[in-house]
Write a protein that binds this ligand. Structure first.
Ligand code: GDP
Ligand code: MG
Length: 843
């Protein structure tokens, strides 16, 4: 029987894991090994994926993946053996100090540097620890994949200067995922840390210790922070951690990284370990009894002899290796770890490779089917189980935990989607409805500021640059700040509470059909706000293929900067059905994203993918501090990136539209204005009106003759099959910087005024309707408008999004791809709409 057939609520024991490669490795490491008990908790509302409990933690697995796991169902009576309570001494409650961490700083000339690497499973609290001790503001989240790049912080502690590196989370050090490879290279490379600070989730020791064992086997100096100790105590589980520490040869200190509890003790111990290593202290390093002695795991009767015989040629080839390093390399060779096998080849360790092949052949003859990788994983988990059996006692729960009960509602077959949709609706409603108020204030403030500056400065290019280029450009960016802040508030709340993983769980089946991942959903939703932070949010998707596709189709999610264009054009040409057109456009964008994602999955990114084994962390109360901090940090990123890029782009666009100056015409304009002013037969009101008109027609002429006007005329032939004239072409060109610029450009072209006041917009709508071509037909027919709207939706997202995509994908190639793909697609779709529409109208 396979795991997917296990009924909800039933328990089973794992017999064997089939499948191969990355999937198998990942699943084994996450504790799906022979003999472990597993419970099927719940199906997602769409029946796939499935929520399981294994080793006491919650995980979501796709049905297709679960089919590869063979199980034996347990009846009610078939309980896995329970440990006896009285054999275990209680936890050392008193030892966990609540005192917050305070660096003990002594003014010394010379501080000794210690490099510390923070390592642990995703969600174990590494970043919380990092923030506590270094005073940094890194992003904490109850959602795996939040930390994606290494961050470094410094603290002064006693005689030492500690350099702490917050690494991405990892379940093991296998050579599969890029993060794990990165971490391993880091641990063995030039910048190798002096101490590895391994952060464990104390409620999840069985799986968390797997990584600790691997670190220990690599011969690294490891110290463990038993984090989430508050949760352990609340559950009233018992843990004899001094004994566990002695069994593993790893010093362990309980901590609560969220509040800083225990961190003082942790760092004192860390310093002691460092000093012991420097002094080669017998008490710590003794092979038999030392507190931090090397760990030598027994791999059983079949593998141990091979490790022995491999050690011989290894010792000969790598003469400077310590015994621990020799053994580690032997184990890695046996495991078939690709990076190490490559190393053997590179180092021309012929004898080692030969011995390995021979020994494996012999063992295969002896055992028949052979899988050393699984044997080694089994042995490690076996060792951990043994150690925990002696030291850890889970209190039997009379009822499901709070987290379980919430899950039963939130991912329920009937309630799951309504709750999810309600939350999404709430997020959008608040973002756009509430956000509209501060947005207006900012708009007004920017307008007043611009007014003030323009009165302060003398006429001339400098003033025009400041007012029309800089202030208008930057104003266009900060106007979206309230929206972004509110959107991020929600995202942070979802992430910190643990709901985000459930959203991915619910959405996975739909997303998978599109060739995406459950975790793709949130970035796509964020894309409706602004594509740039949404592209950054794709980081939490572990699978590179899914991440890339998500990023590349994201620009089709219609961001809020496109909205002003829709409102203007739809309002002018479809006044009675503007909202239907708007809704249709959003839908059209989503459809385009879905279809392109599907196509990309089958072409650019086909092939095997990282399995969807996603941890469902227990729900946790988000802390206000962390939520607000995150919200602000992200908004700041937005402002910085946007501020610089958009500022630059607005200045360029301004420049192209402003030069060359029509000096003669301007002189004439001045003359005409003077004439009007000196005309005694005109009333003051008429004078002002005429002056305004003269100015406007000058501006229009200036725009037409400017560089961007010439460019617009130059590209007009390419865009005329879509129904666009040179004026629309100009506005589309200026929209390359940011889509909302399309509106202000249209304003300048049609009315001579780029203002976005209510009055100016009404006038603009009027002008757009009246605009005629050379032959007297209207420029904007409803069909042209539709074609134009679709073009604005699909083409070139904006400079900032392109930069974000290039940065996140790690290559400018993908940025260029987005530019070409989106422009070509926009052209094609608009072409189809316009030409097919024309045919229909003509017949
Ligand atoms: P990382 O993925 O290892 O960097 O983990 P984070 O630092 O982002 O923390 C994951 C989650 O656990 C966050 O919601 C934290 O607020 C929470 N957390 C961290 N340390 C503790 C702790 O000691 N006790 C409790 N109850 N929660 C914690
Ligand atoms: Mg982190």
């Amino acid at each position: 029987m396979d795991l997917s057939q296990l009924k909800v609520g039933q328990r089973a024991v794992i017999q064997k894991v089939h499948g191969k490669g990355q999937f198998r490795k990942r699943i084994l490491e996450m504790g799906f090994v022979q003999g472990k008990e597993i419970i099927s908790v719940q199906n997602a509302p769409l029946y796939d994926p499935i929520h399981y409990k294994i080793l006491g933690y919650d995980v979501s697995l796709r049905r297709a993946d679960a089919q590869k796991i063979e199980i034996k169902v347990l009846g009610q009576e078939g309980k896995i053996e329970e440990q006896e309570l009285d054999k275990i001494s209680p936890t050392h409650h008193g030892m966990l100090s609540d005192e917050p961490f305070a660096p003990k700083y002594q003014a010394k000339d010379k501080l000794i540097p210690i490099r510390i690497a923070l390592l642990g499973n995703p969600n174990s609290g590494k970043t919380s620890l990092f923030n506590q001790v270094s005073g940094a503001n890194e992003h904490v989240g109850n959602y795996s994949g939040v930390t994606v790049e290494a961050k470094t912080g410094y603290i002064l502690y006693g005689d030492y200067r500690l350099e702490i590196i917050d690494l991405p989370g990892a379940y093991s050090l296998s050579p599969y995922s890029p993060e794990e490879l990165y971490i391993r290279d880091y641990l063995t490379g030039e910048q190798k840390p002096d101490i590895v600070l391994n952060v464990l989730d104390a409620c999840n020791l069985e799986r968390n210790l797997y990584l600790s064992l691997q670190l220990k086997e690599m011969g690294l100096p490891v110290i463990v922070a038993l984090n989430m100790f508050d949760e352990l105590e609340r559950k009233k589980d018992l843990l004899d951690y001094p004994k566990l520490s002695a069994l593993l040869g790893i010093p362990m200190i309980p901590t609560i990284c969220r509040t800083g509890g225990g961190l003082g003790a942790l760092f004192d111990e860390l310093i002691s370990l460092y000093e012991a290593i420097s002094a080669n202290d017998e008490e710590w390093l003794n092979e038999e009894r030392g507190k931090a002695r090397p760990l030598k795991l027994n791999y059983g009767v079949h593998l141990e002899p091979i490790i022995e015989s491999l050690s011989l040629p290894i010792r000969q080839h790598y003469k400077d290796y310590s015994p621990a390093e020799v053994r580690h390399l032997a184990i890695k060779c046996l495991e078939g770890d690709k990076a190490y096998l490559d190393k053997l080849q590179k180092d021309r360790a012929v004898a080692v490779r030969y011995t390995r092949e021979e020994e494996l052949k012999k063992l295969k003859e002896e055992l028949g089917e052979l899988d050393t990788e699984e044997m080694i994983t089994d042995a490690r988990y076996g060792f951990i189980s043994g150690a925990l059996r002696e030291t850890y006692k889970r209190r039997k729960q009379t009822q499901g935990s709070l987290s379980d009960r919430i899950d039963h509602i939130v991912t329920d077959k009937f309630l799951g989607f309504p709750i999810f949709l309600a939350l999404m609706f709430l997020m959008f409603y608040t973002t756009f409805e509430l956000g509209a108020f501060p947005m207006e204030w900012i708009e007004t403030a920017v307008a007043i500021f611009g007014e003030w500056i323009s009165q302060l400065l003398p006429e001339g290019p400098i003033k025009d640059l400041l007012v029309d280029g800089v202030i208008a450009g930057v104003g266009g960016v900060i106007v979206f700040l309230p929206n972004i802040l509110i959107l991020y508030l929600f995202i942070s709340l979802f992430e910190d509470s643990g709901y985000m993983a459930r959203a991915a769980f619910i959405m996975d089946k739909l997303m998978h059909k599109m060739g995406l991942h459950g975790k793709s959903f949130i970035p796509l939703v964020m894309g409706f706000g602004c594509n740039v932070p949404a592209v950054m949010a794709t980081r939490s998707i572990e699978s590179r293929k899914s991440r890339m596709i998500t990023m590349l189709v994201l620009p089709f999610m219609s961001c809020s900067a496109r909205l002003p264009v829709y409102i203007l054009i739809a309002g002018a040409l479809f006044p009675s059905s503007a909202s239907t057109v708007l809704f249709g456009l959003y839908l059209f964008g989503i459809l385009t994203a879905v279809i392109s994602a599907r196509i990309m999955r089958d072409t650019l990114f086909s092939g095997e993918d990282v399995p969807f084994v996603m941890e469902l962390p227990p729900y946790r109360m988000p802390t206000l501090r962390s939520v607000l901090r995150q919200m602000w940090n992200r908004a700041k990123q937005y402002l910085q990136k946007m501020g610089t890029v958009i500022l630059f782009a607005s200045i360029v666009i301004w420049f192209l539209g402003y030069f060359p100056r029509q000096d003669e015409a301007q002189a004439k304009l001045q003359q005409q204005i003077t004439q009007v002013e000196q005309n005694v037969s005109l009333s003051e009101v008429l004078k002002a009106e005429q002056t305004k008109e003269l100015n406007a027609s000058f501006n229009q002429m200036q725009q037409e003759k400017s560089y961007i006007g010439r460019l617009g005329k130059f590209v007009e032939p390419a865009l005329s099959p879509l129904g666009f004239d040179w004026k629309m072409s100009i506005s589309l060109l200026s929209g390359l910087a940011a889509k909302e610029v399309v509106v202000s450009t249209l304003g300048v072209i049609y009315t001579g005024d780029g203002d976005d006041s209510e009055e100016a917009q009404t006038l603009l709508r009027e002008r757009i309707r009246q605009e005629k071509r050379a032959d007297g037909s209207p420029s904007f027919t409803p069909l042209v408008a539709l074609s134009f709207l679709i073009f604005v939706l699909i083409y070139f997202p904006c400079v900032a999004t392109i930069i974000a995509i290039a940065k996140e994908s790690g290559s400018w190639k993908w940025g260029a791809f987005t530019v070409i793909f989106s422009c070509a697609l926009a052209w094609l779709l608009s072409f189809l709409v316009f030409q097919v529409g024309n045919l229909i109208i003509l017949h």
